[in-house]
Design a protein around this ligand. Structure first.
Ligand code: GLN
Length: 483
């Protein structure tokens, strides 16, 4: 059962080939068997079995939705009622939210069966899933390598078939990058498409939740449930949600693909360039036209992001003060001691580094030089995309500079770690949607192809990804030992 896609499982449940209870037992057993991957922080066994029973009744009664009875796992950044939500931090190790995130609520309503909460970089800060308080997640393709971050638990769990689908969040690449490094499909929707209510904030103007699955058709099903206006999120956009499955089979004849020369230039290693070229040739065979484009401000994305994201995080994380919720230090002598020791003892090194950088960038005298300047660059980057997307339908490029690197390899060099986000970050600054799909292997490790679309063109991205997946089989590969 675990080898099947979400689409196949939904059919199997409907035709009575297996029950949700059987399915849930099977996945729970796999989670136990492969615990060493460290993909899950919390497994909600009892609750899952109960929801599976309820789902089976709903399936029998005939009013089931596509996701009814389907196992799902939530990134531990989404608040879950009665289930611990840690955000990968010691700060929230004792935290149980008093409500469900909108995304969680929607999956519950659809009758999906939550298997548990997935490991992640602390407060979603990281590119390798090594900053989690709960330890690094291992990449099932090679357990000595990282799965990517920050949704590394989500990507590893889908790749190792410890769930059929998972949620992720993407502030600067955290859905696409782990998807690429683990050989799965990950979609970062347009900013505002999916509610952020109950999704613990890292950088509020960049954060966006999205689906992580084996393939694009499955992502379409998940996004259908996740997307839509939410009055509880003031930045959620009130636009109708299209039927994401309806357009999957549209022809790609005449599709205009832009390839930014800044993505395919000197910085890209030869193996990566050669693998992506094969993928792009596949698109030509499907009738697409390819042209080179230029986005001169892309090179400024990393410095701009690493001012804006830390600035927003320094404000967002000020709520963790040892008073209202989360970790509290022992025997504080006064209020200042309570604040400083609670935060000092419970935040990890990377989180502290971001808070320091952000507070510095926002302080009087530096605000104009750093924060304001970064915001201006953000605008220039958006303009680059706007111009490019007036001329082409989608933009393609790499997701990551290399395949998965070794655990520990970049932990002592934050700049090197930040550079692994070079192909994903600009898209968040512009607020655009983008998808990462499996596009080959380099020395047995998966490679992702990134497809970027116009605002709210998730349906187009899913269509472009699905057509490729109909003529290639990279997304069918499963890591050894997890078949
Ligand atoms: N790696 C980036 C960061 O550390 C992006 C993380 C994310 O998208 N959540 O900020």
């Amino acid at each position: 059962m675990h080898t099947k896609t979400l689409t196949e499982l939904a059919q199997g449940l409907r035709s009575g080939k297996f029950s949700s209870l059987e399915l849930t037992h099977a996945f729970l057993a796999r989670i136990k068997q492969h615990q060493y991957l460290n993909a899950y922080i919390t497994v909600t066994e009892e609750q899952a079995l109960q929801s599976a029973k309820a789902a089976d009744q709903r399936l029998a009664s005939g009013n089931a939705e596509l996701l009814t009875g389907i196992p799902i796992a939530q990134k531990d950044i989404f608040c879950t009622l009665d289930v611990k939500t840690t955000c990968g931090s010691k700060m929230l190790d004792n935290f149980t939210a008093p409500y469900n995130a909108t995304v969680v609520e929607k999956f519950n309503q659809a009758g999906a069966v939550m298997l548990g909460k997935l490991n992640m970089d602390e407060f979603a800060m990281g590119s390798s899933n090594e900053t989690s308080y709960y330890g690094a997640v291992k990449n099932p393709w090679n357990i000595n390598t990282v799965p990517g971050g920050s949704s590394g638990g989500s990507a590893a769990a889908v790749a190792a078939r410890l769930t059929v689908c998972a949620t992720g969040t993407d502030t600067g690449g955290s859905i696409r990058q782990p998807a690429a490094l683990c050989g799965i499909t990950g979609l970062k929707p347009t900013y505002g498409r999916v509610s952020r209510y109950g999704m613990i904030a890292y950088a509020s103007s960049l954060d966006q939740g999205g689906p992580m699955t084996q393939n694009a058709a499955d992502a379409a099903i998940m996004l259908q449930t996740m997307a839509g206006f939410d009055e509880k999120d003031s930045t959620s956009v009130d636009l109708p949600v299209p039927d994401y499955r309806a357009g999957l089979n549209n022809s790609l004849a005449g599709l205009k693909i832009g390839l930014p020369k800044e993505f395919f230039g000197d910085g890209l290693n030869n193996d990566m360039a050669a693998t992506l070229e094969i993928a792009i040739n596949e698109y030509k065979k499907l009738g697409a036209e390819v042209k080179e484009i230029s986005m001169p401000n892309l090179k400024l994305a990393i410095p701009a992001y690493y001012v804006i994201a830390p600035a927003e995080c320094s404000a967002n994380l000020s709520r963790f003060d040892g008073v209202r919720y989360g970790y509290r230090c022992k025997n504080p002598v006064d209020l200042a001691d309570l604040y400083t020791r609670s935060r000092g003892e419970a935040f990890g090194k990377e989180v502290k580094r971001r808070i320091l950088m952000g507070t510095y960038a926002l302080s009087t005298g530096y605000y104009d030089a750093y924060y304001l300047k970064a915001q201006k660059i953000r605008r220039l980057i958006s303009e680059d995309f706007k111009k490019a997307l007036a001329d082409v339908d989608v933009i393609m490029g790499p997701v990551t500079p290399t395949t998965a690197f070794g655990i520990g390899e970049k932990m002592d060099d934050p700049i090197e770690m930040y550079l692994s986000d070079i192909y994903t970050i600009a898209i968040n600054l512009a607020g655009l949607p983008a998808i990462s799909i499996p596009a080959g292997f380099i020395r047995d490790m998966p490679v992702g192809l990134q497809i970027i679309g116009n605002y709210f063109a998730e349906d187009r991205l899913l269509n472009v990804a699905h057509q490729y997946q109909k003529v290639t089989n990279w997304h069918h590969h499963t890591p050894k030992g997890f078949e």
